[in-house]
Design a protein around this ligand. Structure first.
Ligand SMILES: Cc1ncc(C[n+]2csc(CCOP(=O)(O)OP(=O)(O)O)c2C)c(N)n1
Ligand SMILES: [Mg+2]
Length: 570
């Protein structure tokens, strides 16, 4: 019999889904049977990756999408498994990463009326009124599969939403009886379900923007996620070099601009200081950014002209959002940059002005670089985050992909890795911690030829469920290097409290409830769960050797490695 579940897997296969990250339950017999049938008969279906934790499953699917651009499937168990996806759905939604989530639903018959009817006590307990409502606020599309007869069309429709701009997660739920139904094979042409991309800019708008950039005194680009499309980085570099435009990254989620380029002006996260490049600029092009600046600490000057190009310039999912842009354009940034570059071909450009701008930005770039380099050393025997990152940098090559969940060390990681290659850096894109481990597994599945490094805070390591991650890393042969920036706890919530109460009781307290002292044996957790090479580094002179051992394990033994590196206490 050709079942709805078989049709479902067939649709995933046709749509190019390679993996199903699965956490199974009593809602999945149809799918379990369909997988087994496929294995027995040689029918092509996605490979199932067993995920002992749903949040890791979702992060792995996100990591795979980040490495490949393609949505994978996550199968979870009814409303419980949906809830256990936890903050990983926030990351996929906020970071605009396509993922297809499928959850079963409790059977809707209880006397054997249909195949799949209730036969386990939990099916009464797990029957809820609005299962999809649990995640609706984060999904680009959600629906219930009501029939096996058009199940393939529903899967293709959901994936079309996931891959269309702004990309993101989608959710389908299917009650057991539906997933058991007999279905009629349907021929689908995936070419007719292609995603809808963000468009180009109107010609007259390109002219207005080009004029503003050409005629400004100190033009600046501010970006966060332009680099999600590696090709856009080259186009931005071309534009900036032609006009002498500086580039400032705000909360960067990708490599958006080569950090060694003299036009690169650095990156800013939560640092409570006015950014100088931002303060100087008289024309600012915000290109793909959710938070181009934080007004209470750093903002453009009042007279600066602000333009904004984004796949989602209205930030439709953010209740409070405005940046004072005189023009905002919904467009694909790569296309818009190509249009701008083409428009410059026909324009008179004052080369002396371009050179003056470039020289100004180069001087600031070099001063910044010198100040950073001076910090890349240990503090006596103590490893500093700057020194740790500089040591990691020496192991980064053209085949390395870095995943950063460095939290209070996000800026340090970017500043001291000094990356230049588009597509070499990723973050979760959101704010729900614990993405890095699952994402590393997913990234390695998507890009097996790459060396994957996950750099994370100690808190973020714990959030990532390392027992699940490292079991999966061994089981599915996805070795990666994980470096724990161990400052013995959560530094960021402490900084948050002190920013609002600089002279209060908390500022005088030894511990505000954010210390992990003594900490767990982080590397040992990974060794126990998945045989990872485990090293704890407490002194600066141990670091180079431990890193070399870890890289050898990852690259030559196909084994994950966790380096727990002790930094100054938070
Ligand atoms: C799921 C989730 N829970 C809690 C938080 C709040 N939070 C933000 S930063 C942070 C601490 C992270 O600790 P760590 O990874 O060690 O980074 P550090 O701040 O020490 O650099 C916490 C708990 C969050 N962002 N996400
Ligand atoms: Mg920490």
């Amino acid at each position: 019999m050709y079942s709805a579940s078989m049709a479902f897997l067939e649709a995933l296969t046709e749509a190019g889904v390679s993996y199903v990250f699965a956490n199974l339950g009593s809602d999945h017999p149809g799918l379990v049977e369909a997988f087994a049938e496929a294995r027995a008969t040689g029918r092509k279906v996605p490979e199932m990756v067993t995920c002992p934790n749903e949040m890791v499953a979702m992060s792995a699917a996100q990591g795979f999408a980040q490495g490949s651009g393609r949505a994978q499937a996550v199968f979870v168990h009814v409303e419980c498994g949906t809830q256990a996806l936890g903050g990983a759905i926030h990351n996929a939604a906020k970071g605009r990463h396509p993922v297809l989530i499928f959850a079963g639903a409790s059977p809707y018959t209880q006397e054997g009326e249909l195949k799949g009817s209730r036969n386990e006590f939990i099916q009464w307990i797990q029957d809820v009124f609005d299962q999809r409502g649990l995640v609706r606020g984060y999904m680009r599309y959600d629906n219930e599969l009501r029939s096996g007869r058009n199940i393939k069309q529903m899967v293709h429709r959901a994936l079309q939403f996931a891959h269309s701009d702004p990309k993101g997660p989608v959710y389908l739920m299917g009650p057991r009886e539906v997933m058991e139904e007999a279905a009629t094979p349907a021929a689908i042409d995936p070419a007719l379900w292609r995603p809808v991309g963000a468009g180009a800019m109107a010609d007259e708008d390109i002219g207005e923007l080009a004029d503003a950039l050409v005629n400004a005194r100190r033009p600046l680009v501010v970006t966060s996620y332009l680099g999600r499309n590696p090709a856009a980085v080259g186009e931005l570099t071309l534009l900036c070099r032609r006009l002498g435009i500086g580039v400032h990254e705000s909360v960067p989620n990708y490599l958006n601009f080569p950090t060694g380029d003299p036009l690169y002006q650095g990156n800013q996260w939560n640092e409570p200081v006015q950014n100088e490049a931002l303060a100087e600029a008289d024309a600012i092009l915000v290109l793909d950014s959710d938070v181009p600046w934080i007004p209470v600490v750093s903002r453009p000057r009042r007279e600066a002209r602000i333009f904004h190009i984004d796949v989602d310039p209205l930030k439709q999912q953010m209740p409070l959002w405005y940046i004072g842009a005189e023009r905002a354009f919904r467009a694909d940034s790569h296309r818009a940059l190509r249009q701008l570059n083409a428009r410059l071909d026909g324009m008179a450009i004052d080369q002396a002005r371009v050179e003056e701008r470039a020289a100004h930005y180069a001087a600031r770039h070099q001063a910044r670089r010198r100040a950073l380099d001076a910090r890349a050393k240990p503090d006596g025997d103590t490893v500093t985050p700057e020194y740790l990152t500089a040591c990691i940098r020496r192991h980064v090559d053209a085949e390395t992909i870095v995943l950063s969940e460095g939290i209070s060390n996000y800026p340090v990681i970017i500043d001291h890795l000094q990356l230049a290659r588009p597509g070499s850096l990723f973050t979760s894109g959101g704010g729900s911690l614990g993405w890095n481990g699952g994402a590393a597994v997913g990234m390695k599945l998507a890009r097996p030829e790459k060396t994957v490094m996950a750099l994370c805070g100690d808190g973020s390591y714990m959030f990532s469920i390392p027992s699940t991650v490292h079991w999966m890393a061994r089981q599915y042969r996805t070795p990666f290097l994980q470096v724990v920036y161990n400052n013995r706890g959560w530094k960021s919530p402490k900084l948050s409290a002190l920013a609002i109460h600089p002279d209060g009781y908390a500022s005088r307290a030894n511990d505000v409830g954010s210390s992990f002292d003594p900490p767990p044996d982080y590397a040992g957790i990974a060794a126990a769960a998945g045989g990872a090479l485990a090293r704890t580094v407490k002194r600066a002179d141990e670091l180079e050797g431990a890193l070399a051992d870890a890289m050898a394990a990852v690259k030559h033994e196909g084994r994950a490695a966790v380096l727990d590196v002790w930094l100054p206490h938070l």
